[in-house]
Design a protein around this ligand. Structure first.
Ligand code: SF4
Length: 324
C-alpha cells in the first residue's frame, strides 16, 4: 500500500541520486531472503549541504517513524542510522529518545567523505576497509552481510512519512550558502527552479555570479542564464562571485578530492593527485588539466572520482576564460 503511494507521489531519493523511492522499497520487499536490513544514510559529508542535520534536529520522530515504516513494509527487524560523526554529539540524545525500544542502531560514521557512498557504508558497518564495492550487485539484492538492504537518505525517510500520512506537499529542503544574503535551509516546492529559489528567499545577488548546485564540491556549475531548472543532487545552492580567484576555487576542489580519494582505483588516486599538482604550477596548463578530468570522469570506479571532474569541467567551460 505505502509502496504504491510512494510511486504515485513520485518521491525520489533525496541523497543525490534521485532513484524512485517506491521502486527501491519494492525491490527489497520482493527480494527472497531470511533477513533484510534498513539503513538511514545520515552521513551528509558533502560540504555545503546541511539539510539532514536540520531535519534530524527538528523532526527526529518523523525520521524514526519513516525508518520503522520501511522496516515493517519490507519485512526487516533491524535498522541502522549511519550518522555523521560531527552530528553525533548534537543528536545522540534526541535520536535515542525518538528510537525508544525499536531495533534501530545509531552507528557513528568514521571520518571520510567516501564513507557516505552506499557500498562503502556497508563495508564500514561490516568492519571492512573504507572503500566502495563494485556494483552490481546493488544493495537491494546484496547489501549488509549480503542480505537485501534498503538504504535511504534522512530526508527520504522524512518525506515517506509525509506520504504515508497524506501530508506530502512535494517540497524539498534546500541548503543556501556561499555569497548569499541569507544562509540556511529553505523548504520550497521540489519543482522550483534555482532562479525561483533565489528570488523567493531574497537571495538573488546584485553582483555578477555563478552557482554550484547539488553539492559544495561535486555540484554542477551554472551561470545566471542557466537557472531556469531545478536544483538537483542533494539540493544545495552555493553562490560565487564571478570574479573570484579561479586558482583559489579550483585548488579548493582539487585538494578536497585528493584528500578524500580512497585510493582503490588508479584513475582517481593518481588523477586527483596530478590534478592538485597541475593546479599548483605557476603556468596553468589547461590541456593537461582537461586530460586528467577526462580520465577521472571516464575511468573512475565510483561517484567520487567521476564527480570530482564535474565542477572543473563546468567552471573551465563557462567561467574561466583566460590564464590568470
Ligand atoms: S573513484 Fe576514488 S574514491 Fe572511488 S574507488 Fe576509485 S579511488 Fe576510491
Amino acid at each position: 500500500m505505502i509502496i504504491e503511494r510512494l510511486k504515485k507521489e513520485g518521491l525520489k531519493g533525496r541523497g543525490g541520486a534521485a532513484f524512485p523511492t517506491g521502486l527501491k522499497w519494492e525491490a527489497v520487499k520482493n527480494a527472497k531472503a531470511d533477513k533484510k536490513y534498513v539503513i538511514c544514510n545520515a552521513s551528509e559529508g558533502e560540504p555545503g549541504v546541511l539539510k539532514d542535520l536540520f531535519i534530524l534536529r527538528k523532526y527526529p520522530e518523523e525520521v524514526i517513524k519513516g525508518i520503522n515504516l520501511a522496516m515493517r513494509e519490507i519485512g526487516s527487524d533491524s535498522a541502522y542510522i549511519f550518522l555523521n560523526p560531527k552530528y553525533f554529539p548534537k543528536l545522540e540524545k534526541k535520536l535515542k529518545k525518538a528510537i525508544k525500544d525499536l531495533p534501530i542502531v545509531l552507528f557513528k560514521k568514521p571520518h571520510g567523505y567516501i564513507c557516505g557512498e552506499e557500498s562503502t557504508l556497508l563495508n564500514v558497518i561490516e568492519g571492512k576497509p573504507k572503500m566502495p564495492r563494485l556494483k552490481p550487485p546493488f544493495p537491494t539484492e546484496k547489501g549488509l552481510w549480503d542480505y537485501p538492504t534498503l538504504i535511504n537518505n534522512v530526508e527520504t525517510f522524512y518525506q515517506a512519512v509525509q506520504v504515508a500520512e497524506g501530508k506530502y506537499k512535494a517540497e524539498r529542503f534546500y541548503t543556501l550558502g556561499g555569497k548569499v544574503k541569507k544562509k540556511g535551509i529553505a523548504v520550497l516546492p521540489e519543482n522550483f527552479t534555482v532562479r525561483q529559489i533565489l528570488e523567493h528567499t531574497g537571495n538573488w545577488p546584485n553582483f555578477d555570479f555563478f552557482v554550484q548546485v547539488g553539492g559544495g564540491m561535486s555540484g554542477e556549475i551554472l551561470v545566471s542564464e542557466e537557472l531556469d531548472r531545478p536544483a538537483g543532487g542533494a539540493g544545495s545552492i552555493i553562490i560565487y562571485k564571478k570574479n573570484a580567484n579561479p586558482m583559489k576555487i579550483m585548488r579548493k576542489w582539487a585538494r578536497f578530492f585528493m584528500n578524500e580519494s580512497c585510493g582503490q582505483c588508479v584513475p582517481c588516486r593518481e588523477g586527483t593527485f596530478r590534478l592538485n599538482e597541475a593546479l599548483k604550477r605557476k603556468d596553468f596548463d589547461r590541456e593537461l588539466v582537461e586530460d586528467i578530468l577526462f580520465v577521472l570522469s571516464e575511468a573512475s570506479l565510483c561517484p567520487l572520482g567521476k564527480g570530482a571532474a564535474v565542477p572543473f569541467i563546468g567552471y573551465l567551460n563557462k567561467i574561466y576564460a583566460k590564464k590568470p
